[in-house]
Design a protein around this ligand. Structure first.
Ligand code: HEM
Length: 525
């Protein structure tokens, strides 16, 4: 009866439509209405403890397309749908229902819950998405049954007192390298190589007109220094284009995380980086000197469990990605603001001047580096404001059992997101000028960077171990740029706008064609 009425109405509205087509269209329309009423009106009444869901019309896909275009807009739409409440809610994204936490107190509950909300499974998922083979994954994540059977100890000679899986143990390698006893060595090396790579870029530009585009300059300097610090000099000798290849992959790496169809070019670029890493890995070990503890230990332990070289190249590529993908982007925005705002520049210039009294040219002395790390609050505030303003990232957890957050219960095996942008744009915490870029807010309130609303480096078990290194990298770059050179913006003196059309799971990128051009020349002695 209802079907006939809708079908007839459709025919009356769209004159030329054949009756059987109108019938099919009416059936689809009525099914969708029934689905929507059941799912978003009746079901919430029957199961009030389930997190509410932002309604959608198309089953399976739900909000996928809108979310890929702008995750932040969909999250804000959901918040508005819940009348501005910050309670947990759900979004249908492709075949999965994802859960979102917006309230800072709820996010603290999530970070503290390391028993039923795990990060390690997310790391496993990340490795699968990076196409590390199932066989390697199975062996790397298996728990050794005894010390004698643990090849990490017996073959690689790496201690594993807790008999952890290699996957789990690798997180300890990371912490030892970037936040433990192996940190000092890479901090000094990375900072010196940033100075070295910047000097090479300036020397090359000097032979032309001294003008450089800021984004590619920073990509090359940070990536080249990062690769040389962790992998030694040989990798860039094996493939001098590896930096450009990684950037080509990184530009489109969102397609990998969003499992985007028709991504041949992104996969080809990914493969090109891995081919170079594989070629490097196949060289005799004695030719590959200068490896950082992390790379050395990961290579040794993966080979001990029998990981084939193609997978080892993928694992090394993931290392390259984690070390590099965020820092140059955050540093780029900070530098763009610094170069286009005279008040920010004056403040930072005086901080750099003070630090460089300690420099022991041509090498950067320990006291200079320690000053950069601990006594440059203006530089730290500038980086923090860039992260607050431009990060579109989230913390992610997987529930191992049903988890209660306030009145709602998130089911077991659910993916839970804590998106940073809603926390970072909370006027109650960051002030009424929250929509403006203002590093002073972090300089004037030193506690703001540890507020539960500032989550650029995530929290709990996934609290980024590389956060100090990232800050020192930026300080070393700024110290060098303003301390050793004259820098002048020769394009329009305006910070580029963000490219909102390219999806991201990390830090936003600038619109292409809006980059700053800078003229860099040597300071007269
Ligand atoms: C401004 C620069 C950086 C930002 C904004 C950043 C941000 C983050 C965030 C948000 C996470 C947590 C991800 C999650 O919860 O799902 C994370 C994890 C991590 N970060 Fe960073 N990071 C930066 C630089 C670095 C650097 C320089 C290193 C190392 C050299 C590093 C190493 C790691 C590691 C090892 C993890 C654990 C995640 C994993 O294994 O996948 N990060 N970072």
């Amino acid at each position: 009866m209802v079907l006939s009425i809708v079908s007839a109405t459709l025919q009356a509205q769209v004159g030329s439509i054949p009756p059987h087509f109108a019938y099919v269209a009416a059936s689809i329309f009525l099914s969708l209405v029934a689905f929507r009423v059941w799912k978003f009106t009746i079901r919430p009444l029957l199961y009030p403890e389930e997190p509410r869901e932002l309604p959608y019309w198309i089953p399976y896909f739900g909000h996928t397309f809108a979310y890929v275009r702008s995750g932040h807009d969909v999250v804000m739409q959901a918040k508005a749908y819940l009348n501005g409440s910050c309670e947990p809610f759900a979004l249908q994204l492709k075949d999965r229902k994802m859960y979102f936490i917006l309230h800072p107190d709820d996010s603290t509950t999530v970070y503290r819950n390391t028993t039923t909300m795990t990060f390690i499974k997310i790391v496993e998922q990340l490795q699968r998405t990076f196409r590390i083979s199932e066989t390697t994954m199975r062996i790397a994540w298996a728990l050794p049954r005894s010390k004698e059977e643990d090849r990490v100890q017996t073959i690689a000679g790496v201690p594993n007192p807790g008999l952890k899986s290699l996957g789990d143990l690798s997180m300890d390698f990371w912490r030892t390298q970037v936040a433990g006893k192996e940190y000092g060595a890479i901090e000094a090396k990375f900072s010196r190589l940033i100075a070295d790579d910047l000097a090479k870029e300036v020397a090359l530009a000097d032979k032309r007109d001294g003008v450089l585009k800021l984004l590619p300059l920073m990509q090359r300097v940070f990536l080249s220094a990062g690769l040389r610090t962790f992998f030694g000099e040989k990798l860039l000798e094996v493939d001098p284009d590896i930096v450009a290849k990684f950037i080509a992959f990184d530009d489109e790496s969102w397609k990998l995380w969003f499992k985007w169809p028709l991504s041949h070019k992104m996969f080809a670029n990914k493969q090109r980086v891995e081919d170079s890493l594989e070629k490097w890995l196949k060289l005799p070990r004695e030719e590959r000197v200068g490896l950082a503890y992390l790379v050395d230990t990961i290579e040794k332990t993966q080979l001990a469990i029998g990981t084939p070289v193609e997978d080892l190249a993928r694992i090394m590529h993931l290392l390259v990605f984690i070390i590099n993908t965020n820092t140059y982007k955050a540093a780029y925005w900070a530098t763009a603001h610094l170069l286009t705002n005279s008040s920010i520049r004056d403040d930072i210039q005086s901080e750099v001047f003070e630090a460089r009294q300690l420099i022991d040219s041509p090498r950067l002395s320990e006291s200079y580096l320690s000053h950069l790390r601990n006594e440059t609050p203006r530089i730290a505030a500038l980086l923090h404001e860039s992260l607050r303003y431009y990060s579109a990232s989230s913390s992610i957890r997987l529930t191992l059992a049903p988890v209660a957050i306030g009145k709602r219960i998130i089911p077991a095996k659910s993916v839970v997101f804590i998106p940073f942008r809603p926390l970072h744009y909370d006027a109650e915490v960051f002030g009424s000028d929250v929509n403006l870029f203002n590093p002073d807010r972090f300089f004037n309130d030193k506690k703001l960077s540890s507020s539960q609303n500032f989550k650029s480096f995530s929290g709990g078990s996934s609290y980024c171990p590389g956060r100090v290194l990232a800050r020192v990298e930026f300080a070393a770059f700024v110290g060098e740029l303003l301390g050793a050179y004259n820098v002048e913006v020769v394009s329009e003196c305006r910070v580029p706008t963000t490219d909102e059309k390219v999806p991201t799971k990390g830090i936003l990128m600038p619109m292409s064609g809006e980059d700053l051009s800078v003229k860099i020349s040597y300071k007269k002695a």
